[in-house]
Design a protein around this ligand. Structure first.
Ligand SMILES: [Zn+2]
Length: 467
C-alpha cells in the first residue's frame, strides 16, 4: 500500500555557536556554525515544536494520530517515560501506539521506517514521525564544531489521504563497526578514533553503496550524511550528484544526529521531484526515496524556522549543555519528580489542561488546585486543552533566583484566547515582555532534578508585536 506524506515541520534551538569560537578555545581554526539548545531546551522540546508544526501543516489534529514514532540518539530519560511525555505534551490520545528508537544517530531513519510500515500495514492510519537530537560532543574533539541540535517531523497517511508526496523504495545495510559512540554511563560522544579509516573503509563504501542503489532512480535532490563537512560532497560525487540539498541544513544548524537525514530533505520537499534521503550511524545505513508531486505542506517555512538564533559564546554553549557547571549548593525542588504532585499533575502540566465549568463556562487552572469553578463555585468541571496563545495581563522579572535557576527570570500572568488565566515563566530576560503583548506557549524544560527533566509550558513573546 502506498504511504503518503501529509506535512512536515522543523525546529531549531535558540542558540548558535560559531566553529571559530570552538576553535579559538582549543588553539585551532574553525568554520561554520551549529545549533545549541538553551538551558531550557532539549531533544524533547525540539521534537514537540517540530511535531506541532508538522501537524498544523498537514491539517491533522493530535488526537487523530494513531502511531507516534520518535527517533533520538539520546532520549531525555535514559530509561523512563520519554515517549509518554512527548505524546502527552502534543495532546495525542492515550491510546496512541508507536515507539521510541534511540541509541544512535540512525534512530531517526528507524522511526521513519517503522511509521511507514505501520501505515502500509494498516495498523496506523495516521502516523507521526519525529526525529530530534541535542547531542553532547566530547570537549576538544573535532566533532565539537560540527555537533548540532534540531528536530523534524513528518505526518504520514495511507493512499486514500490527500498527501503531497509518496514514500518510495527503501534500502538498508548493517555492519558491525564502532564509529562515534558513548560508553554506558558516559555523557559525551567520543570522536572517531581514526578519521581516515572511517572515511575509506566504513563511510564511503557503505553510504556510497546505499546511495548508488537509490541513484538508479531519477533523483532530483539528495539528503546525505556529512559528519565532517566534506563526506556529504564525497558521496554525492560517487553517485554523480551535484551539491546535496542537505548542505544548507548542515550550514545553519550542524550535524543534528538522528534528525539530520530527514531534516536535510526538508528544503527539497518544497518542490515537485524525487528526493533521496540517506541516514547513517552506529553500524546502520538506510536510504529512502520520497516523491513529491506538489510541494509538501510545511516545507516552505522550514528555512525560516532554521534561520536566526542567538549567537552564543563557547562558555555559554558549554553551560547550556551542562558541560560547565557551577560548584556549590543548588536548591533542590521541594517535591521530587516522581512524587504524587507530579504523578497527578503530569497530564495537566504536559498537556496544558484546564477545568471548564459546565454551568458558567469559566476555565479554572490548574485544575488539580481548583476542584471547584473559580467564578460560580460549581463542582462540575470538564477537562479542556487550553489555548496556546494569549496576551500578557501582568508580569514581574525576578532578579534573585537560587541556583539552578538563572536570573533575570520573567514570570507572567496571561489571559489566554479561551478566557483562561495562567501564570507561567516567560522565555528570555524579560526585555521583550510588556503588558498587552501577544504571546504563544511553547514546551520547555523547567528544571533538571534527580537526573531527570521537568517540563512545562513557557510564554514566548510574538516576534511581531501584534495588537
Ligand atoms: Zn462556573
Amino acid at each position: 500500500m502506498t504511504v503518503r506524506v501529509l506535512g512536515i515541520g522543523a525546529a531549531a534551538p535558540e542558540l548558535r555557536l560559531a566553529g571559530a569560537e570552538v576553535g579559538a578555545a582549543w588553539g585551532r581554526s574553525g568554520r561554520g556554525q551549529v545549533g545549541v539548545c538553551a538551558p531550557d531546551e532539549d531533544t524533547l522540546t525540539l521534537a514537540w515544536q517540530a511535531a506541532v508544526r508538522a501537524l498544523s501543516a498537514a491539517g491533522v489534529e493530535p488526537d487523530e494520530v494513531d502511531g507516534l514514532f520518535w527517533g533520538t540518539a539520546r532520549p531525555p530519560f535514559a530509561e523512563g517515560p520519554s515517549f509518554a511525555f512527548l505524546t502527552a505534551a502534543l495532546g495525542c490520545s492515550d491510546a496512541v501506539a508507536g515507539g521510541l528508537s534511540s541509541g544512535s544517530p540512525h534512530a531517526g531513519m528507524e522511526a521513519f521506517g517503522a511509521a511507514t510500515d505501520a501505515v502500509a500495514a494498516g495498523s496506523a492510519r495516521v502516523a507521526l514521525v519525529v526525529a530530534s537530537d541535542a547531542q553532547r560532543p566530547g570537549l576538544g574533539t573535532s566533532f565539537e564544531a560540527r555537533c548540532g541540535a534540531a528536530g523534524v517531523a513528518l505526518v504520514l497517511g495511507p493512499e486514500t489521504t490527500d498527501g503531497a508526496a509518496t514514500v518510495g523504495a527503501r534500502v538498508t545495510r548493517t555492519r558491525p563497526f564502532l564509529d562515534r559512540y558513548r560508553g554506558d554511563g558516559e555523557a559525551d560522544i567520543r570522536d572517531l578514533y581514526d578519521a581516515r579509516l572511517f572515511r575509506e573503509e566504513i563511510f564511503l563504501p557503505v553510504v556510497g553503496e546505499v546511495a548508488a542503489t537509490l541513484a538508479a532512480f531519477d533523483v532530483n535532490a539528495w539528503s546525505l550524511p556529512d559528519p565532517d563537512g566534506r563526506l556529504g560532497a564525497a558521496v554525492a560525487k560517487l553517485v554523480g550528484a551535484g551539491s546535496p540539498a542537505s548542505t544548507a541544513v548542515y550550514d545553519s544548524v550542524g550535524d543534528t544526529g538522528a534528525a539530520a537525514a530527514l531534516l536535510g530533505a526538508a528544503f527539497a520537499l518544497d518542490a515537485p521531484g524525487r528526493v533521496a534521503i540517506v541516514g547513517t550511524g552506529a553500524g546502520r545505513t538506510t536510504g529512502v526515496l520520497l516523491h513529491a508531486e506538489i510541494p509538501v505542506p510545511g516545507a516552505a517555512r522550514v528555512a525560516n524556522d532554521l534561520s536566526g538564533g542567538r549567537a552564543a559564546s563557547y562558555p555559554e554553549a558549554l553551560r547550556a549543555r551542562g558541560q560547565l557547571e557551577t560548584t556549590g549548593e543548588t536548591i533542590p525542588m521541594g517535591v521530587p519528580p516522581e512524587s504524587a504532585m507530579f504523578v497527578r499533575g503530569a497530564d495537566e502540566m504536559l498537556g496544558l489542561l484546564g477545568g471548564r465549568c459546565v454551568d458558567c463556562g469559566t476555565i479554572s487552572t490548574p485544575p488539580s488546585i481548583h476542584p471547584h469553578c473559580i467564578n460560580c463555585g460549581g463542582a462540575k468541571l470538564e477537562s479542556v486543552s487550553l489555548a496556546r496563545a494569549g496576551r500578557v495581563h501582568t508580569f514581574v522579572v525576578n532578579h534573585t533566583m537560587p541556583a539552578p535557576f538563572v536570573a533575570p527570570l520573567p514570570i507572567a500572568v496571561l489571559d489566554m484566547d479561551d478566557g483562561a488565566r495562567l501564570m507561567l515563566q516567560a522565555i528570555g530576560d524579560g526585555s521583550d515582555i510588556e503588558i498587552g503583548r501577544r504571546v504563544e506557549l511553547v514546551l520547555r524544560k523547567y528544571a533538571h532534578e534527580r537526573g531527570v527533566p521537568v517540563y512545562g509550558f513557557k510564554a514566548r513573546a510574538d516576534k511581531d508585536r501584534g495588537s
